[in-house]
Design a protein around this ligand. Structure first.
Ligand code: ADP
Ligand code: MG
Length: 272
């Protein structure tokens, strides 16, 4: 079964999906009956307020966190049917919080992304892939720097390069742009788009709703552990839904063919 995506390319079936995912921690419901599909050829943005459950949902989809109820399927098999090594070759995760890689230089951190391919034919390409990944994440000039000495944005791009070096067909990115300047925000999402265009599946947590609108095929809005809406940016990013979910009045404007989402603000005194 194929559907036409809004960009006019053909979206294939879900490669990674969660069905009826529920989870509570210390008696608090964190995820409540969540359905989500990550499809090849698509960028899916996961948005929602702080604490909505976005990172937890990614961890469940990645198999790093078992749900209490529901099932995660990878290529139409339960996640548990795949070995840890097989999983590491299929999906890669950029975590929201980077673990400080003490003592390692940037190129060594990126080389760690190749671990799932050790002792396979593809290990022959390790060096080429590492170099290309550093270039795509714009960290080549930092290659000999120690990871902990980098700025937050440089660390995030190094972690992104490591993820690219892993060469998985499913990319899971948790707030990859949070620490980045405008140039690097756009660059990371363009690389995500290229990956999707070449057949990968990308799921990315974003707080900047204008970025999500510009770069996603579909957007999933999560609030209080529940999916409030999933669809194209135009279907989902409405002032009504966003104002409700974020508990702040939000306007959605149109600019050069893209939606721009802005919080409504009080006018400054001098303008009144
Ligand atoms: P998001 O990524 O959307 O900001 P998270 O998935 O990180 O949200 O967290 C969802 C909720 O679950 C938050 O309220 C958070 O405090 C809570 N939470 C996450 N991990 C734990 C944990 N180990 N124990 C208790 N509560 C947790
Ligand atoms: Mg999070």
């Amino acid at each position: 079964m194929s559907t036409r995506s809004p960009r006019g390319d053909t979206a294939r079936d879900a490669v990674l999906s969660g069905h009826g995912i529920s989870l509570s921690l210390n008696g608090t419901t964190i995820l409540n009956d969540v359905d989500i599909e990550v499809r090849a050829g698509e960028v899916l943005s996961l948005v929602g307020p702080n604490g909505a459950g976005k990172s937890t949902l990614l961890a469940v989809l990645a198999g790093d966190h078992a749900p209490e109820r529901g099932e995660v399927r990878l290529y139409d098999q339960p996640l548990s049917a795949h070995s840890a090594r097989a999983l590491a070759r299929e999906r890669g995760m950029l975590l929201q919080k980077q673990n400080l890689a003490f003592g390692f230089r940037v190129h060594e951190v990126v080389e760690m992304g190749r671990a799932p391919w050790h002792r396979t034919d593809r290990a022959a390409y390790d060096e080429t892939v590492v170099e290309a990944s550093m270039k795509r994440a714009d960290v080549t000039h930092l290659r000999d720097r120690h990871f902990p000495t980098l700025s937050g944005g440089e660390q995030a791009r190094t972690a992104f390069a490591r993820l690219l070096a892993q060469e998985t067909s499913i990319l899971m990115l948790d707030e990859p742009t949070a620490a980045l300047d405008i140039h690097h925000q756009e660059q990371v999402l363009e690389v995500a788009r290229e990956a999707a265009d070449s057949g990968s599946a990308v799921v990315v947590v974003l707080h900047d709703l204008s970025l999500a609108a510009a770069h996603s095929d579909r957007v999933c809005v999560l609030a209080q552990g529940q999916v409030r809406a999933t669809g194209t940016p135009r279907e989902v990013l409405t002032p009504e839904l966003l104002s409700d979910v974020y508990r702040h009045p939000v306007q959605v404007l149109e600019h050069e063919g893209h939606l721009v989402v802005v919080p409504q603000r009080r006018r400054r005194k001098e303008e009144l």
